[in-house]
Design a protein around this ligand. Sequence first.
Ligand SMILES: O=C(O)CCC(=O)C(=O)O
Length: 327
Amino acid sequence: MQHQEKVPVPVYTAVDRDVFLQEIYPKRSPAVLRDVSLGPCVRKWTVDYLTENGGDKEVKVHVSAVPQMDFLHKNFLYRTLPFSEFVQRAAETKHSNFFISEEESYYLRSLGDDSRREPADLRKQFPGLAEDFHIPEFFEPEQFFSCVFRISSHGLQLWTHYDVMDNLLAQVSGRKRVVLYSPRDAQYLYLTGDKSEVLDIDTPDLERYPEFVKARRYECVLEPGDLLFIPALWFHNTLALQFGIGVNVFWRHLQAESYDKKDPYGNKDPVAAARAMQVLERALQALKELPPDYRDFYARRMVMRIQSCAYSSQPEGAVQECRPSDS
Ligand SMILES: O=C(O)CCC(=O)C(=O)O
């Protein structure tokens, strides 16, 4: 059986803005940043402290009977709890108050005040806590998009997905394993939209997902105080090795106009990409008008044209100039 290639995510220590911008950011690949100051949150954010200082704001949380959450088949419920109660439940392994079962798992991905329109910002939703978390100044203030609480029960695993913004994922407490896949391996991930269908990435069903082993697996374990840089479009899958508190900051890599304006989560494809996908769907409809052998021939020609015009040269690099087709 073919084995999946595994690559540790590089760890950088004592990274300041200049090192980040000159040595790490341009590589457009994930990096663990250790010893960057995240503020007093790393010391202060115990369950008791969050319970007392987080306010009684109601939060919408994911609750599931099993710790491996599956967005595609929706094996979880959304429930609303006061923040303090949610934190207590997420930190315990057996619950006396529960929705599904004594051992249910919890996950909070915080939302904006108007969750359909407004991106999350810890400073607005949790002002009593936000001052403890110092957003690393690795990007210009106008690039800021959102700042999101990520709080998970022990064992909670979040499905593999990509976001369209650059991301710094701060691990404030607890340890978390993160597995990442390059955007260039998207073809091996069995995607439905921005999510992979392969839920069990450690023991995948290779009869169903035979190509999955070809995806190169990047992996790291975040310790409290670590930051993980996840460039836009990199797939990531997280597994909480302990009850954990994280905060992630999304910021724009592209010009603001490139993004969908109605996207509070930072996961809608950039407008030009969404337009290109729509055109592709129309092209596929047109191909259906042809008999199978013609359809096959023209589909292959289209793929060749896309490969020669739009794929980057290996390994990373500029997109080749696209000459008009001579046909
Ligand atoms: O840490 C987590 O729970 C998930 C993080 C994530 O998906 C993200 O930062 O985009």
